[in-house]
Ligand binder design. Structure first.
Ligand code: FES
Length: 119
């Protein structure tokens, strides 16, 4: 499917260096999604916990558990697989983060703003 409104998140190299990062493509003053690299793949998810619709990080870009194995919601401690967004521990066990499709072009990571707006 063609991207209707491409938005560049950052370069692959930058995300590799940062490991995980939040982004505010809609300029609402809060990070609407997070992106990370796991097993050499880029994954992006809506920054909205399936338990309660709140942002998950405890401060800017702090989305990972202590050992950095899982995405974590710091509101009530839910843990999610990096590769799938599936909750494997916590109050939303079995539910998943909403994935946002990423597109890689010329070493840069893009999303479609339309998908984010509809999410
Ligand atoms: S809001 Fe995320 S675990 Fe409760």
């Amino acid at each position: 499917m063609a991207i209707q409104r491409p938005f560049r998140l950052c370069s692959l190299a930058e995300l590799q260096a940062r490991e995980v990062a939040g982004f505010d493509p809609l300029a609402r003053g809060r990070d609407a999604l997070l992106a990370l690299i796991s097993d050499e793949q880029v994954h992006a998810y809506l920054n909205r916990c399936p338990h309660e619709p709140v942002a998950m990080e405890y401060r800017k870009d702090k989305f990972l558990s202590g050992k950095r194995q899982h995405i974590m919601c710091f509101a009530h401690g839910a843990r999610f697989e990096k590769d799938t967004g599936l909750c494997i521990h916590g109050p939303c066990l079995g539910k998943s983060l909403q994935r946002i499709t990423t597109h890689i072009q010329d070493g840069d990571i893009y999303i479609d703003l339309e998908e984010l707006i509809q999410a």
